[in-house]
Ligand binder design. Structure first.
Ligand SMILES: [Zn+2]
Length: 271
């Protein structure tokens, strides 16, 4: 009886402790979501990520709150001798949070971002029948399923400063993170409540197939040619263009633009 009683007390205390821990985590998150950035932080974000200055007024406070939660959740690790500073953290956090500023999507699984000073080497295995070849390739960014995001700071910084060239490595890698939240990185993210799965598939596959044809025919495309590598890459490069060249995307691929607008609950062509 006594043993059972002790066991019961331990269970109740443990359950209470876990409950309290989750409750206090939620409280911290709630309070961070309504915390503004300091003037200094706000100035860094505006300078590093000029696109945030175009963001409609109604989303500004939301963006700052999400940046706070992001910075509280994620550990930034400098690689190859890079010392991570506030500028790097704020630039990357602001770019990642801009994508999801008005949606319920959150980077639940992300806890680590590795930053290299510049392009970095990454090992890639290629399967060819029974033969597996390991080769080293140079990258500017990488997104691991359920794992870290790896970025070249030189490219992450420049990608944000060139706000309308349609290329942004942080948007690209975080689009993969968003895609991966559905369980697979395959170009089908968890959709907004207002979206239909069938319509997303239809619009995306059609746009992807015509993109592949255009790329193979050597025609110039608004969406980067790299999108022809697969549906997951097509989604990631389309996200880059949706935020950095929204008017051109809306003009060239209106159905695709509309689906991305529903997904993110944003209208960047009007910013
Ligand atoms: Zn990619």
């Amino acid at each position: 009886m006594t043993v059972f009683l002790i066991f019961l007390i331990v269970v109740v205390v443990a359950a209470g402790w876990f409950g309290f821990r989750n409750w206090s985590k939620r409280q911290v998150r709630k309070s961070l979501l309504v915390t503004e950035l300091s003037d200094r932080q706000r100035a860094i974000v505006a300078q590093q990520v000029p696109l945030t200055k175009k963001l409609p007024e109604k989303f500004r406070a939301k963006l700052e709150g999400k940046i706070n939660v992001f910075l509280n959740q994620v550990e930034f690790i400098g690689c190859n001798g890079l010392e991570v500073n506030e500028e790097m953290q704020l630039s990357i956090a602001a770019q990642a949070c801009l994508l999801i500023v008005n949606s319920d999507t959150w980077y639940n699984r992300l806890t680590t971002i590795l930053i290299y000073p510049g392009a970095f080497k990454s090992r890639q295995s290629e399967h060819n029948g029974y033969v597996i070849t390991d080769r080293e390739i140079v990258r500017t960014g990488e997104s691991w399923s359920r794992g870290p995001v790896v970025l070249s700071w030189a490219h992450a910084k420049q990608g944000a400063i060139d706000e309308s060239d349609g290329h942004n490595v942080v948007f690209h890698e975080f689009a993969h993170q968003i895609d991966d939240l559905s369980g697979r990185t395959n170009g089908i993210p968890i959709l907004n409540k207002s979206q239909s799965f069938a319509e997303w598939g239809q619009v995306f596959v059609k746009a992807y197939e015509s993109h592949v044809q255009n790329v193979h025919a050597g025609r110039k495309t608004v969406i980067d040619a790299y999108g022809a590598e697969g549906l997951e890459e097509f989604f990631a490069v389309a996200v880059e263009v949706f935020f950095e060249r929204p008017v051109a995307l809306k003009h060239n691929e209106p159905a695709l633009y509309e689906q991305l607008g529903l997904l993110f609950q944003l209208e960047p062509s009007e910013w």
